[in-house]
Design a protein. Sequence first.
Length: 181
Amino acid sequence: MGWDFTNGATKSDVIRECTAGWESKETGTRSVCLKHCVRGNVLWTVNEVSRSDGNVSRYIGCDLLGKEKGFGWGSKRMEECMGPFYYSCPLEYLDMVPCPKGDTAEKWRESVRHYHKHQGRKFKVGDVLILKDGCNPRRLTVVSMRPMRAEAYGIKYRVPRRHIKWAGPVEEAVAEVLVNA
């Protein structure tokens, strides 16, 4: 699915549209947004769909919000079963919705929990950072805190938190590297 933009729409307009319920008189299906929040330009929703046969289901929605310059705001709709690469979903939403079947949703929920576990962690000079797969170099040492910079092979880097897989004192880093070798 692509992006849907509305001429002249504001971010609030798009959020209101994405969280509005709907009902189909033909099929007797009804959808209600039970809860929503915005984290940056990501709208998280818990939606409940009721069908005429009495079947009720819930899902977590992930709507990316964006602005087309000179036109207006829009959104790109996704669900957790699509495995979006966004993990700021509130943990309480995971409790409100049963996990859909399939590896994609399970892995995504695991990534959401990992994201929240590491959001507020504090670093200090001398800590070793192990970066996620695909990052190079993989191991850095924190050399300053404001701004946070880390060093490897004499080169200083700015390291976004989202790239950090593990962080801790040197002794624990050695053990972490040996376990994951």
